[in-house]
Design a protein around this ligand. Structure first.
Ligand SMILES: [Zn+2]
Length: 100
């Protein structure tokens, strides 16, 4: 992609939204330093924020030698989760996913 302002080459870079730690990619002009997002990058960022709206902020506690995350009651009820239920924990590029 070439810069729409000075026509120089643009490089794809990774950025992080400071307040909520959301990672995204964008293009930066090697010459005038202009930064912009193309449609796929914007759609990817919008998708992350869309899933954010459904997110719950939880904290990590110590549980023996492990760490524990408390699942909010509303989430547990919605998913019919009970104590003792086994879940699959998957490490993802940007976090952890729990599968029923
Ligand atoms: Zn430029």
């Amino acid at each position: 992609m070439n810069c729409p302002f000075c026509k120089s080459k643009m490089e794809e870079k990774q950025g992080t939204m400071k307040d909520d730690n959301v990672r995204y990619s964008f293009y930066k002009c090697i010459s005038c330093k202009e930064e912009l997002l193309d449609m796929p990058q914007m759609q990817s960022l919008a998708k992350k924020y869309k899933s954010f709206r459904r997110a719950n902020r939880v904290s990590v506690s110590k549980w023996g030698n492990s760490l524990a995350v408390r699942i909010p009651k509303s989430v547990a009820q919605e998913l019919h989760l009970k104590a003792g239920k086994e879940l699959l924990l998957m490490k993802e590029e940007d976090g952890i996913k729990l599968l029923l």
